[in-house]
Ligand binder design. Structure first.
Ligand code: SF4
Ligand code: SF4
Length: 178
């Protein structure tokens, strides 16, 4: 008897919610004329940002590519004369991207960032393969002040690698090899 009563009250409360909504005014958003403002941390189109000095932040470390669960990031690293690394080319296949944000989490230089721009649909799927010229922007994105090269990875006027304040000696990656 108790179970039957419980089922009736559950049904009644469900129908009450439905009944309440019958008399509500419908809300229709006139997209694309009206675009609802999205939170700044919305995960959609990916960009490659620049540091506050206007230089490319990406040091082509491949961490984003390694973290990506669908393998949609690829690049080729290169080095400038002053030892600063950069991506000679950088490619993201947005047709495979699931906008999980793991690449942004993995990036040590704050270079790769997801933005709220979700309007990236294309009739031709191949145009969803973005090369560096379509990814690189002229601003710092969400992180306006961070400048990786001010803190690590390159010799400066103040000292060589590992000689700056509270900086460890660079790791010789070849010493980790078996
Ligand atoms: S958001 Fe996720 S799936 Fe898309 S490129 Fe980054 S790591 Fe890969
Ligand atoms: S975007 Fe970031 S994580 Fe990816 S290669 Fe460049 S510096 Fe490394």
């Amino acid at each position: 008897m108790a179970a039957a009563w419980e089922a009736i009250t559950a049904l009644a409360s469900g129908f009450a919610v439905t009944f309440k909504h019958l008399f509500r005014k419908p809300i229709t958003e006139q997209y694309p004329e009206y675009k609802r403002p999205l939170p700044v941390r919305t995960r959609a189109r990916i960009i490659l940002t620049r540091d506050p000095d206007g230089n490319e932040r990406c040091v082509a470390c491949y961490l984003c590519s390694a973290a990506c669960p669908v393998n949609c990031i690829s690049m080729q690293s290169a080095e400038q004369e002053n030892g600063r690394r950069y991506a000679a080319w950088f490619r993201i296949n947005f047709a495979r991207c699931i906008y999980c944000g793991l690449c942004e989490e993995a990036c040590p230089t704050s270079a790769i960032q997801l933005t709220p721009d979700f309007e990236t649909c294309e009739p031709d799927v191949l145009t969803l393969v973005y090369e560096k010229d379509r990814l690189l922007v002229d601003h710092s994105g969400k992180d306006k002040t961070y400048n990786f090269y001010r803190y690590a990875g390159v010799a400066t006027d103040v000292g060589d690698k590992g000689e700056h304040f509270r900086e460890d000696q660079p790791v010789d990656t070849k010493s980790n090899l078996p």
